[in-house]
Design a protein around this ligand. Structure first.
Ligand code: AMP
Ligand code: MG
Length: 414
């Protein structure tokens, strides 16, 4: 009789902690060499290969923060009457010179004439005939934006290794920079293994399941600046797995697989890597996702994720993601953690850190979290319903409704 792992003592002295496994992985990951020059419109989420220095003052000239009237600040007392001598609109500066007792009509973003230093909002004046009267005192210098107030020419604005955000794209555009040098996209070859896996769009025969992992992996990978190549489903034969690994190992920077990393009869990935690659097979003291393989095959790094769909996602988020980011040339950030009030009792066996799937919500001024229900590593719906991991420490036996627990929002790990 075989005993299912959940009935056994979960404590395995040879298992690595999540932190140890991650450290071993990151030690072996280095940013890929090479860079591309890309159009700014294609640069979102790419990693900067060089530090960018501002070449312009932004804004380049003094301009108005408001629609109103520009004048010399010593004329800003309530009741002062000023004649409107011209108009300065965005893109259409007024190039005259103000005389005493004069102002210009000015619109937001328009250049403030040199002879003015103050703008009064249009809501604070009374307009009559060809002039205005100030309704209240207006402090000298009000509502004027100065050159370089946003960015000064010569300042380093974005560092090498930065993963470009929408704000960064706008910042670069404000500098007139239309092309950026970014790190080459690492090439990731991925495949799934298993004779039970059937393609989509085909009825399942007895004993078959659809290959969900390959779709999950592609979806996960598409969020990173990597080039990915799908090698399909690889059969559970030594020859098929060898062929896939050899072919992948010739061109990939990283090979990512699912399944076949246990010690069952059909687990060829394990055996081949031991014989022909360079690899460590680890048990990681986490649930879901205990077995993990990491090493090299050919010229590529190799990361073999477990087969169960939830374990795939969990190990991807905790190990593959930081590895990918490092390969891409940017430093992975530690996942965000927050504390949330648990809404129900949760149980676990000591010996592994649990990453249970939870629904995190903000309710009545505090974060609360509840379970998605069934937590089996085959229950992919638990991932689909969840928006966060509930992290229960290795030694704990669970938590009680009302306890504060550690929670990792999915946004920070996927
Ligand atoms: P393995 O590690 O290959 O023994 O797989 C562990 C479990 O995950 C088995 O129940 C497999 O049927 C399942 N599994 C493996 N690969 C996939 C896949 N690509 N899609 C869905 N389930 C899978
Ligand atoms: Mg298998």
């Amino acid at each position: 009789m075989t005993i299912s792992p959940s009935c056994m003592d979960e404590t395995d002295p040879s298992a690595l902690t999540v932190e140890q496994a991650l450290q071993r992985i990151l030690e072996r990951c280095e940013p890929v060499a090479g860079s591309d020059s890309v159009d700014l419109n294609d640069a979102l989420d790419r990693i900067l290969a060089t530090t960018v220095t501002a070449r312009l003052d932004v804004p380049p000239a003094r301009n108005s923060a408001m629609d109103g009237y520009a004048f010399s600040g010593n004329e800003g007392r309530a009741g002062t009457r000023l004649r409107v001598a011209g108009v300065s609109a965005a893109g259409h500066p007024w190039d005259g010179t103000l005389k005493a007792g004069e102002c210009v009509r000015i619109l937001t973003g328009a250049v403030v004439p040199e002879s003015a230093d103050t703008v009064v909002m249009q809501e604070r004046v009374t307009v009559r005939d060809d002039g205005i009267t100030l309704d209240a005192d207006c402090a000298p210098g009000s509502n004027v934006r100065h050159p370089g107030e946003d960015t000064r020419a010569g300042t380093e604005i974005l560092s090498r290794g930065r993963r470009l955000t929408p704000a960064d794209i706008g910042l670069l555009a404000s500098q007139g920079i239309g092309e950026v040098r970014v790190v080459r996209r690492p090439r990731v070859v991925f495949f799934t293994t298993g004779d039970e896996l059937a393609p989509l769009g085909q009825p399942l025969r007895h004993g078959q399941i659809h290959d969900s992992n390959r779709y999950t992996l592609r979806a996960l990978l598409s969020r990173y600046p990597v080039e990915f190549v799908d090698f399909g489903v690889v059969a559970d034969t030594e020859q098929a797995v060898r062929e896939a690994l050899v072919r992948a190992g010739e061109t990939a920077d990283l090979i990512l697989t699912t399944g076949g990393v246990s010690v069952g009869d059909a687990d060829f990935v394990t055996r081949l890597l031991q014989q022909e690659g360079e690899v460590g097979f680890w048990k990681v003291a986490m649930k879901p996702g205990r077995p993990l393989a990491f090493g090299r095959f050919g010229q590529a790094l190799f990361l073999g994720l477990p087969g169960n769909p939830v374990s795939v996602m969990a190990t991807f988020s905790l190990f593959a993601r930081p590895a990918l980011l490092r390969l891409c040339g940017t430093e992975p950030e530690a996942p965000w953690a927050l504390r949330a009030r648990l809404l129900e009792d949760l149980r676990k066996s000591p010996g592994r850190t649990d990453f249970q799937r939870g629904i995190l919500e903000r309710a009545r001024g505090e974060w609360t979290v509840r379970s998605t229900g069934g937590q089996g590593s085959h229950q992919l719906r638990s991932m689909s319903l969840a928006n966060a991991y509930i992290v229960l420490p290795s030694e704990s036996r669970g938590a009680t409704a009302g306890d504060e627990v550690d929670v990792i929002p999915f946004q920070s790990v996927f």
